[in-house]
Design a binder for this molecule. Structure first.
Ligand SMILES: [Zn+2]
Length: 81
C-alpha cells in the first residue's frame, strides 16, 4: 500500500496539493489570448508577469497583459479545452 505513494513523482504530489489550495479560492478555467493564442492556466500563473501559480484569471490585476503579445486582459476569452 505505502509503495504506491512512494512511486508518485514529486511533481505530481505538488500538483495535487496546489489544486487543493486553488479549489477554495480559484478556478481552473483556462483563458486564451485572442491576439496570439497564448493560454493562461491558473495552475501555472504567469511568474514572469508577477502572477503566482494558483491565481484565477479573475484575480489578475487589470493592468496585467499577455506575456507573449502584450494584449490586455480584456482581449482574453474563456478557453474550453
Ligand atoms: Zn497574446
Amino acid at each position: 500500500m505505502r509503495a504506491q505513494e512512494a512511486t508518485w513523482p514529486a511533481g505530481f504530489a505538488c500538483l495535487l496539493s496546489g489544486n487543493l489550495a486553488a479549489m477554495s479560492t480559484a478556478t481552473t478555467q483556462l483563458w486564451i489570448c485572442e491576439s496570439c493564442g497564448f493560454i493562461y492556466d491558473p495552475a501555472e500563473g504567469d511568474p514572469d508577469g508577477g502572477i503566482p501559480p494558483g491565481t484565477a484569471f479573475e484575480d489578475i490585476p487589470e493592468d496585467w497583459f499577455c506575456p507573449v503579445c502584450g494584449a490586455r486582459k480584456a482581449d482574453f476569452e474563456p478557453y474550453e479545452g
